[in-house]
Write a protein that binds this ligand. Structure first.
Ligand code: GLN
Length: 214
């Protein structure tokens, strides 16, 4: 089903600020409680990074970067608590670990979540207001192509699955791609976050950007 049309950014060829991320070969922890963690691990592996599935707090000891995958933010929130991972991930985020968050992962980072469950927790480190399932029923899943600031002329294929909608972004948040004037890919310091699923599109460039280039 076709989704909303992407709009090129005003500065499609502008260089993004240097993204603080580890070089290829480093250990990247992928939250592996639920959702699309295997797909992220496969992409990281293909790029020469060393993915480590995170299920227990001790798993974070040796990682240099973090991936929070898509899935169900409500379920992930509950599992983060029951596994004891919530405080460990919280500490890593507070220490500025380079982090890639996609879809539900973005919801987990958001400062404000609309339409969440009352018992749903988030880390509150990404200055966005996000609406769960904000694209509504008709287009709750769609594919489109994006022009991503920093990825050159080649459009990026983006898969949206019951995606969150970023309603607003704070002053420290840079928008790298939009759909119908709404931010769908943002960065804030050590965090790169997408409302779509780059791990499902077969295009590795976003993970490459996260890992610090090719
Ligand atoms: N709708 C899901 C949530 O609220 C996110 C969907 C996804 O990660 N693909 O957590």
């Amino acid at each position: 089903m076709p989704g909303p049309s992407p709009r090129p950014l005003a500065r499609p060829h502008a260089e993004p600020d240097a993204f603080v991320a580890p070089p290829v070969g480093r250990k990247v922890g992928v939250l592996a409680l639920q959702g699309a963690f295997r797909e992220h691990a496969e992409v990281l592996d293909a790029l020469g990074a060393h993915p480590i599935q995170l299920r227990n707090p001790g798993d974070l000891a040796a990682i240099d970067a973090l991936v929070l995958p898509g899935g169900e933010s409500t379920t992930m929130s509950l599992l983060l608590e029951s596994s004891g991972l919530f405080p460990a991930v919280n500490d890593a985020l507070a220490a500025g670990i380079p982090t890639l968050a996609t879809c539900a992962g973005l919801i987990l980072l958001a400062k404000m979540v609309r339409g969440g469950r009352p018992d749903q927790r988030s880390f509150g480190v990404l200055d966005v207001v996000v609406e769960r399932n904000g694209y509504g029923r008709q287009i709750d899943s769609f594919e489109t192509t994006l022009f991503v600031d920093g990825l050159g002329d080649e459009p990026f294929p983006a898969v949206f699955i019951r995606a969150p909608l970023i309603a607003s972004t704070g002053a420290d948040v840079t928008t790298l791609a939009t759909v119908d004037d709404r931010a769908v890919l943002v960065r804030q310091g050590h965090i790169l976050a997408a409302t779509f699923h780059p791990e499902l599109s077969g295009d590795l460039r976003l993970h490459q950007l996260f890992l610090g280039g090719s």
